[in-house]
Design a protein around this ligand. Sequence first.
Ligand SMILES: Cc1cc2nc3c(=O)[nH]c(=O)nc-3n(C[C@H](O)[C@H](O)[C@H](O)COP(=O)(O)OP(=O)(O)OC[C@H]3O[C@@H](n4cnc5c(N)ncnc54)[C@H](O)[C@@H]3O)c2cc1C
Length: 462
Amino acid sequence: MRRIAIIGSGQAGLLAAHALLKAGYEVTLYSDRTPEQWLHESRPTGTATRFDLSLQFEYELGLKSWENDAPWSDGAHMTLCPAPGNRLLTLAGRLRRPSLSIDLRLQSHAWMLDMVSRGGKLEIESVTVERLDQIAAENDLTLVAAGRAELCRIFERDAERSVFDKPQRHLAMVCVKGPPMGFDGIPLLPVKNNTVGGVGETLFVPYFHKDVGASWNLVLEALPGGPMDRFQGARSGEQVLELAKQVVREFMPWDYDWLKNAELSDPLGWLVGKFAPTVRKPVGRLPSGRLVTPIGDTAMALDPIAGQGANNGNKMVRNLVECVIAHGDRPFDAQWMTETFERFYARHGHPTYTYTNMVLAGPTPAGREYLFAQYGSDARFDNTSGQQRLADAFVENLNDPALLTPILQDRRKTHEFIEKTTGRSWIRSVAAGAMGVAWEEFRQWRGLEPRHPLVAEIKIAA
Ligand SMILES: Cc1cc2nc3c(=O)[nH]c(=O)nc-3n(C[C@H](O)[C@H](O)[C@H](O)COP(=O)(O)OP(=O)(O)OC[C@H]3O[C@@H](n4cnc5c(N)ncnc54)[C@H](O)[C@@H]3O)c2cc1C
């Protein structure tokens, strides 16, 4: 039986361990913490909202997902403000199938124990490069799933693919309880996004917390040096939550009532940090010359703004396991590692990375037209309008960024897509949306609250 070693007990490492065990390989997983340490002494490494394509892989492997207890999210609601104080438009779209965000501490704890009960070997140690070399000598293939920790440096940064060399956002995350599981006037349980030009973004994510169950996870994406960039010095979850409330009160006051009574879910449920989004080369050469290959964040570290890191890791692992099986008894050499990664990158990695970078950069000209054309979406079940179909497609791109990302980079393709989806000329769609938006801009200019979305109310002729 071929032997495979995996370093890291996060989302990517554990998923790979289960998939390879199922395929009949002898698997040893190296983790710098025990299952109990994951549950009681760790920080969550991210929010890790997973969409249907990723979740399906987990279900195929029979992995526990708390799906009967966790709050499923049906879609997304977005408020776009080009500048503080200007609520330009909203988008509310439904996913074809809902998403799930499980506390990674609970998940790693359970998936590690399940891995052992399914015949996997678990070694608790913090693996050094020297030790990695020994492990690689004892195994047919060694996968490094160590996230963004030190070991990722074995893999050279792919300078051609890595668009950024510095962090694009200064990040904070905190697990909270208290806010209601929903928002007034929004007929679905959304991941709620506020984007404020020159400031940053907030994401409020329905979340299954290890102790309090159904609750929320707040992700704060501050533009470096901007007015929201105040989290990096925080030393406790209470501080992060207090700062989050301040930021929402100042820049997204429409959500302040919802958040103001939130409390910390647990003392370790928070993060602050920053990193440059990076794509790494898929072959790592150890001092002895032996080769190892990366998965998950070690291979591609994405800014969380579009909720793609863990999803990308799932897709990468599925691809890798298919390639391992297809390779039979042949050696896992540099050519195999490269071809395996390229197969994944073409189908998923490139669109996912491009999509995330598009969200970081703000809408393209085609993206702006698309946002106007969908204006009027409200995610109600009885809304079968063209605007709603555009908003739903926008949100479905979270599940598979290859669907809409290439279209939004090209105005002609965007216009064609708008026409195909709405059944009317793109100019009429964009103009109708722009009229609704302009009306509400006028209201705001007069000092009144905007009433997004408006298009349905003023019944612009199609
Ligand atoms: C604030 C935030 C929000 C996010 N939101 C989303 C989202 O909504 N959707 C989404 O898809 N993604 C999201 N992500 C990204 C997602 O959380 C990560 O992509 C994913 O958790 C990475 O999993 P991983 O297994 O690759 O790495 P990690 O989760 O970092 O796991 C690596 C593991 O390796 C272990 N390890 C490291 N070094 C060693 C060593 N030397 N020896 C032994 N063990 C070692 C670590 O302890 C850790 O357990 C978010 C990230 C952040 C920061």
